[in-house]
Design a protein around this ligand. Sequence first.
Ligand code: B1M
Length: 212
Amino acid sequence: MENLNELYEAILAGKLAPAVEITKKAVAEGLSPNVIINDYMVKAMEEIGRRFEEGKVFVPNLLISARAMRGALDILKPLLKGDPTVYLGKIAIGTVKGDLHDIGKNLVASMFEGCGFEVINLGVDVDSDKFVQSIQENNVDIVCMSALLTTTMNYMKEVIAAIESAGFRDKVKIMVGGAPVNDTFAKVIGADAYTSNANAAVAKAKELIDSK
Ligand code: B1M
């Protein structure tokens, strides 16, 4: 069996080619994409973040680790796809204004797609108008917002206010996530749910669709 600690080390060191190669081998050996993602890839991103916080590494290190993580994740994405005949509903997802972090958001989007949701990925640095427009034009069931910065998470409240003043609050469920966000914050800003990871987001989205 492939030694996946090498995948952890490759992402931590920002080595794209080895990260991709090890992931391909792990897949060929039948390892679960969820284990590869959660036990090695996400852990490496957490560690590079910790080192950044301690001043041991710098923004370029974050960038190359993110590139290695994305490359490895691209190998796994097709495997997250589920039964194409299942349709659970439509989700618009974006990282809020001022925030460029998209690895977690894209992971959540891929899991949604894999589990039978149609996903409109609005990208990063998404303002309230764009969220409102996505509801207007695409008839979405759930709006999901992601934020990784304490300085951008508060913008989620503005998006909810904009959805309310556009008259769509009763039409959509609103979910929020990202490292600095938590359940209390979600309640305070008037979101319908907070989830801490991609698997929990899928389970909660199914629950919210059932309750509509
Ligand atoms: Co940034 N960064 N970064 N960064 N970065 C953090 C977030 C930070 C915690 C690092 C640290 O100091 N330890 C820190 C934030 C501190 C704070 O606000 N308290 C930080 C900082 C400070 C910054 C800059 C300001 C640095 C600078 O320029 N001086 C700058 C800001 C740029 C901006 O956005 N305007 C910046 C830039 C960057 C890069 C561009 C270099 C790069 C991002 C590349 C990219 O995404 N394309 C980057 C990276 C890579 C990180 C860390 C190291 C890793 C983030 C990541 O990808 N994690 C991060 C440290 C950390 O998080 N520990 C850090 C892996 C990913 C799978 O997890 O995104 O948490 P995550 O997603 C999870 C859950 O949160 C959840 O599910 C996902 C999967 O399980 N989830 C949702 C996420 N969104 C969801 C939405 C949902 C539900 C669940 O909707 C329903």
